[in-house]
Design a protein. Structure first.
Length: 165
């Protein structure tokens, strides 16, 4: 399977919004939220990924078809140096998981942005924590740290930190 990662262009905004809807639907399991009256889960920060130079929207394709996305932001979300890269959101479509697409895509994303990184996984999302441990361990040859973090709302997270050279 050929994996391609490309920067999303403004003409890709609808595709990215549709993929984000699936992602946010998955997250409703942990947040307990419902869709809006039209049956959608909206990602309020999506426009900023096409306007803010510190944000980069990436599309992931498998054999030319949409497979997921990664949203990267320059600047730490949970402490750290100002030049830290933050993997704000990352998603692979359920039907394409467990085929190494996510591992390959994550490694490509990290390599594209040199410097310190942080990736968060919600404690309740056991699958994500397992995936990120595996992906970051493989990408960094085990050169990373994990620290606990609790948000203002009380949600517990694991924060993975490493340096991409």
């Amino acid at each position: 399977m050929k994996i391609e990662i490309s920067k999303a262009l403004i003409e890709d905004e609808l595709l990215l919004a549709n993929l984000l809807n699936l992602y946010l639907y998955d997250f409703s399991e942990w947040y307990g939220n419902a869709p809006d009256p039209e049956g959608r889960f909206e990602y309020e920060w999506l426009p900023s990924y096409f306007e803010d130079p510190k944000r980069t929207p990436l599309l992931i394709r498998a054999d030319g078809e949409p497979a997921g996305f990664a949203l990267v932001k320059g600047g730490p979300r949970v402490g750290g140096p100002e030049e830290t890269w933050d993997l704000t959101e990352f998603f692979i479509v359920r039907g394409l998981r467990r085929r190494s697409i996510g591992l390959q895509a994550a490694s490509f994303v990290f390599a594209r942005f040199p410097g310190p990184w942080q990736v968060r996984a919600m404690d309740r999302n056991v699958g994500a924590a397992h995936f990120w441990t595996r992906a970051i361990r493989a990408h960094t040859a085990d050169a990373f740290t994990i620290t606990p973090f609790k948000s203002e709302e009380g949600t517990a997270w694991q924060v993975f930190r490493f340096l991409q050279e």
